[in-house]
Design a protein around this ligand. Structure first.
Ligand SMILES: Cc1ncc(COP(=O)(O)O)c(C=O)c1O
Length: 388
């Protein structure tokens, strides 16, 4: 009897699995691995947020079921945050929902608005879950190439007509994982027009919206005129507020999409743990700008600590504009899987082969800046000396 559902057969994590195995093997041999693979924050939330969390945990009332949509306090705090930071106005009751992290929301939104056989437009390269989401809901993912010569923006006019006819949802992500690019407001304006024209919904994943460098800011998709007519935006606490474990994000924008998402979620989960929502509310209300400035500086310094040794060794580098990653061309046009494996074996430095994010990621690798500056400089020196 075949246990796994057929829909799982097209989901492959081979690229990640092979490196995880190699890391385990090396550790068994006492090799000191510097793991720059997964983008899991290595620093905690602000201390007042930790205190709020602890205090909430002592309140017996937080242990009951939460509601699907989130507490009033959390949704009002999230709506005010959107207004204060991005000049975006949403109704906290009809245009905003709490979700158990952006990842949870991605598949649930697709379940809510996409039918089997529809097409979901996704960037290439992209966060691998976008493709998996499409496959899980029986849709066909269509990859929109992101290339350096186009500033890592998809060429919307290159999407074939038969794909557009079947496309129901477009997923975008700026600042983007893994390519680290920021999109200008003019691109979002083009997306809104395109979505109207072709009757496509838009899901903008803003997981890295605050992690911008060198004085840049990244616009909210929802600040684009007409955006709320066609789409929603996901704001995750994981990276901006070092809150990956507790699982907290919110979805904001088009009320019909959110109503459909609410139906799916109310049948699948019981919402976000109330203690997490309380800590999240404090995060948004109590000077979030101070923490954001700190976290931006942290990753910018780490980016420089990692890239400087490579730059001096003559590597072809485009400094990350944003996120917590570095996206590097492999030397001598090396296959990204071969490079990552070789690098791990020779130096103990773990990265992710670009092809794991889609075919357009081939000949690139991604390093996550999840170690202190001195460790990153050490890792970069090892990389530079191994591949002259
Ligand atoms: C682009 C992108 N979106 C979403 C997520 C997951 O966010 P969350 O922790 O809120 O589920 C990640 C995590 O790496 C990511 O890179």
């Amino acid at each position: 009897m075949q246990v796994k559902a057929k829909r799982l057969s097209s989901i492959s994590s081979a690229v990640f699995f092979e490196l995880t195995q190699l890391k385990t093997e090396l550790r068994k041999r006492d090799v000191q691995v510097i793991d720059l693979g997964i983008g899991s924050p290595d620093t905690p939330p602000a201390s007042h947020v930790q205190e709020a969390f602890l205090e909430a945990l002592r309140d017996p009332r937080v242990y009951g079921y939460a509601t699907t949509e989130g507490t009033d306090e959390f949704r009002h705090a999230a709506a005010s945050f959107l207004y204060q930071r991005y000049n975006v106005v949403v109704d906290p009751h009809t245009e905003l929902l709490s979700v158990i992290g952006a990842q949870d929301a991605l598949t649930h939104i697709s379940l809510a608005v996409v039918d089997p056989g529809d097409v979901i437009l996704i960037p290439d390269p992209c966060y691998p879950i976008y493709e998996v989401t499409a496959l899980l809901v029986g849709a066909t993912p269509y990859r929109m190439p992101l290339r350096e010569e186009n500033n890592y923006l998809p060429d919307l006019s290159a999407i074939p007509h038969d794909i557009l006819r079947r496309a129901k949802l477009m997923i975008l992500n700026y600042p983007s994982n893994p390519v680290t690019a920021v999109a200008p407001p003019s691109f979002f304006a083009d997306v809104v027009e395109f979505a109207h024209q072709h009757h496509i919904l838009v899901l903008h994943d803003a997981a890295y919206i605050e992690l911008t460098f060198d004085g840049r800011t990244s616009p909210s998709f929802l600040a684009t005129p007409g955006a709320k007519d066609v789409g929603i935006e996901l704001h995750s606490f994981s990276k901006t507020f070092n809150f990956a474990g507790p699982r907290l994000a919110f979805a904001a924008g088009n009320c019909e999409i959110l109503e459909a998402l609410h139906i799916v979620k109310s049948n699948i989960d019981y919402g976000v743990f109330l203690a997490t929502q309380r800590a999240g509310t404090i995060t948004l209300q109590d000077h979030p700008d101070i923490h954001i400035a700190h976290v931006r500086e942290l990753y910018q310094k780490r980016r420089d600590a990692f890239l400087n040794p490579l730059y001096h060794a003559g590597w072809d580098i485009s400094p990350s504009q944003a996120t917590m990653f570095v996206w590097l061309k492999t030397p001598h046009h090396m296959d990204s899987r071969v490079f990552a494996k070789h690098l791990l074996e020779k130096t103990g430095v773990a990265c992710v082969p670009g092809v794991g994010f889609g075919p357009e990621g081939e000949y690139y690798v991604r390093f996550a800046l999840v170690q202190p500056e001195d460790v990153l400089t050490n890792a970069a020196n090892r990389v530079a000396h191994t591949f002259q």
